[in-house]
Design a protein around this ligand. Structure first.
Ligand SMILES: Nc1ncnc2c1ncn2[C@@H]1O[C@H](COP(=O)(O)OP(=O)(O)O)[C@@H](O)[C@H]1O
Ligand SMILES: [Mg+2]
Length: 369
């Protein structure tokens, strides 16, 4: 792409984000002395030893806020025994060693914070993404690649006072909060393994894709000294009170896809078209963003496979209530922008209240795939 064209694109992006952030503030501004009505929807988050934090908002929904529980993660926890490498099964590392490694990354983040940001690494990991992580308050999502082993660690951290502080972890969390009825990375991260399994089963049934998709292994990790965040909702979706508890810190450990093995024989446009066709066949259960896919060479054949890197349940993030199909990525971006603006400005109080308990037609619980 030409430099001028790239610059122009970047400028349009920045202007769009700037306008959105200004209008968001204006739309949500309230008089500072205005008290919340006694029966208004609110969710309190607390954890032992921390001050509870409450958010009053009609925009909060039962799904996703009360859809997950710490015990749901237990069945997919990383085993302690040997885990063979994806590309070379003659080599392995124990799950225990990987767990200790994650434990140490958390320790380093907590003890060194900003120094990790500057170094872009810890003793055992290299940061591959931290744009949704706030080093000052240590919350959000941070992604590491292990230095010595072919695994990736996606680490999620939240505290009561950071849980609804979506604005401090980048631009996307703001979009997802309003579209997804209180969705944040911490909640949607918990969909990554269940949705991976749903997508894996669905792909087996689609002749066109079944031999061409690589679905990497994923496990949850919980700290040794695990602490739960307790969520208490009041006057939400017809519930006087509703509760759940979710881990304050958890991680998804998964196989590394070496992006150096990406094929260069396909042009970008063709890759994007294939991604969108795949996502349409999967009813957009996964995020069509091109960075979530790697076109890797299949070592056994002269073909390539599409590896799915990000299996977050997209309808949960974007608050999608029904099936959609997209013609192209532009069409998808426009849909997201319209959905965001509709949720932010064009919903009446009654609309928001009825959405609080709505069940999506593209849900994780009753997948249509
Ligand atoms: N298993 C993996 N192997 C190699 N790179 C990965 C892997 N998972 C993620 N990445 C890299 O990290 C980026 C962000 O990961 P992703 O799961 O998509 O997080 P997000 O939800 O923030 O988009 C990806 O675009 C990719 O470049
Ligand atoms: Mg992604």
């Amino acid at each position: 792409m030409l430099r001028g064209e790239l610059l122009q694109r970047k400028m349009t992006h920045i202007i769009f984000m700037f306008v959105c952030s200004i209008v968001t503030g204006a739309a949500l501004a309230r008089h500072p002395f205005r008290q919340p009505a006694p029966n208004s929807t609110n969710v309190t988050v607390y954890r032992n030893g921390h001050k509870p934090c409450t958010l009053f908002s009609n925009r909060l929904r039962v799904y996703p806020l009360f859809a997950f529980h710490t015990k749901d993660l237990h069945k997919d926890l990383i085993p302690s025994g040997p885990i063979p490498y994806r590309r070379d099964p003659s080599q392995s590392i124990t799950g225990k060693k990987l767990s200790d490694l994650v434990e140490h990354i958390v320790f380093e983040l907590m003890s060194k914070g900003q120094k990790v940001k500057t170094a872009r690494s810890t003793r055992d990991g290299i940061i591959i993404r931290d744009k949704n992580f706030d080093y000052k308050t240590l919350h959000g999502l941070i992604i590491f690649k292990c230095k010595q082993y072919p695994f990736v660690i996606k680490l999620f951290m939240e505290k009561p006072d950071s849980f609804f502080d979506f604005k401090s972890t980048g631009v996307e969390p703001t979009f997802f909060f309003y579209m997804g009825g209180g969705a944040n990375r911490h909640l949607t991260g918990m969909t990554r393994i269940k949705n991976r399994n749903i997508v894996q089963e669905a792909i087996k049934q689609i002749p066109r894709w079944k031999n061409h998709i690589e679905i990497i292994r994923k496990w949850f990790w919980l700290p040794k000294q695990a602490q739960d965040l307790h969520l208490v909702g009041k006057n939400i979706g017809g519930h006087k009170e509703i509760r759940t508890c979710i881990p304050s810190i958890y991680a998804v450990i998964e196989d590394l896809i070496d992006l150096k093995h990406e094929t260069i024989t396909l042009v970008k446009k063709k890759k994007q078209r294939m991604i969108l066709e795949l996502c349409n066949d999967l009813h957009i259960y996964i995020d069509p963003h091109p960075n979530n896919y790697a076109f890797i060479k299949d070592p056994n054949k002269k073909q390539f496979k599409i590896a799915l890197l990000d299996t977050e349940h997209f309808p949960t993030m974007a608050g999608m209530q029904k099936r959609v199909r997209f013609k192209c990525h532009k069409n998808w971006y426009t849909f997201l922008a319209q959905n965001y603006l509709k949720n932010l400005y064009f919903q009446t109080k009654q609309d928001l209240i009825s959405l609080q308990n709505s069940t999506s037609k593209v849900s994780l619980d009753k997948p249509i795939l």
